[in-house]
Design a protein around this ligand. Sequence first.
Ligand code: AMP
Length: 439
Amino acid sequence: MSFTSLGLSDAILRAIEEKGYKTPSPIQSKAIPAILDGKDVMAAAQTGTGKTAGFTLPMLEILSRSESVKSNSVRALVLTPTRELAAQVAESVEHYGKFLPLRSAVVFGGVKINPQMMKLRRGVDILVATPGRLMDLYSQNAVKFSQLEILVLDEADRMLDMGFIRDIRKILALLPPRRQTLMFSATFSDEIRALTKGLLNQPVEIEVSPRNTTAQTVNQWICTVDKSRKTNLLIHLIKKNNWSQVLVFTRTKHGANRLTEKLGQSGIKAAAIHGNKSQGARTRALADFKSGTVRVLVATDIAARGLDIAQLPQVVNFELPNIPEDYVHRIGRTGRAGADGQAVSLVSADEAPHLQEIERLLKKKLVREVIDGFETGHDVPESNIASMPRAKSKPRPQGQNRPAAKKKSTHTKRSHSGSGQRNEHRPSGSATRSNKPGN
Ligand code: AMP
């Protein structure tokens, strides 16, 4: 299938061509015709699938076909959970709409509200917003929704995780009931399904990658290591493998700062990106990372959500996430749009329960490596992924840890220098001894 057969105008096709896209991604070939047909859409798609263009292209097409916008009004509203994602969606809107006479704006918190109010004064065809700032603008009469035709909820699951449900419900109550609604979410939890009731009208359901599976192009492996040696191991891996662009995840903001400092001390340029950083600092860190001035970006889950860094080759989980689904989101940062990626998790013995939950979710065991010189004093017990159903995880606040594994067991180690290729996964069910799940 080609983009030309999807029903998009020449102005949009030109912008796509400029981007160098040859064929629509699976989400695009399914979502674009449905949206152009006026249908509501509920799509399960992670970052990296091309979902942004999947809703932006048909939205621009629909908006370009009819009348202009009144002052302070909005014809299409895209809600996103984070400022970074809002900025990235807005960038896409601007690029794909560059040959169209449409106006767009992006609003989010953490920066001055006045310039945003000025921008909205003439009205915009497309407004990309985070929920909190949008409510502030609404309460100051800076934005009206009477002309609203299209609503997009991007990364709806994350908006719920981040506690935006009340803001979202308030916003929904302000919108005209006759509109087209598009919802994108990495997963469809019961909570998401509850939100969709009454929100979506006979939606077309689209699922592009099976729920909770990681992209095939990502080589995933774990390095078992003692907790106290993780920083040195990371420095060793970056230097030895000459990794030039690495996204590193830590569980806490404090941990991100500390690691950034240590990397800097060892001569590796790094920047941290998390909720305590100002918007300016985050934008700068991301720009420096993209341009290559900064080699390592250390991020917490929420800050990293939705970051679109084209063809990110290397992701490191400095700590495993508390919530196993976050592992899938993290890994989604790499190996996108067909490019190969590598994701390594540094796992210490106390993280065995998290590892077990992740491996149960993935339904496979991850390949283990022990790097020469970083052999463990405390073994990481092998997960038992077969015997028990995984407990349904509830979102937990960042930084909240679970009890460490009490029982220890042995496992076979493979020693590795840390420079080779790791393409295969160990078949699931191989090995090992069991340890009790951590929750
Ligand atoms: P997204 O899932 O929207 O965050 O997009 C992930 C990445 O894929 C972005 O860097 C896009 O520029 C890129 N992308 C989107 N659509 C296509 C396509 N049809 N062909 C190649 N790359 C694409």
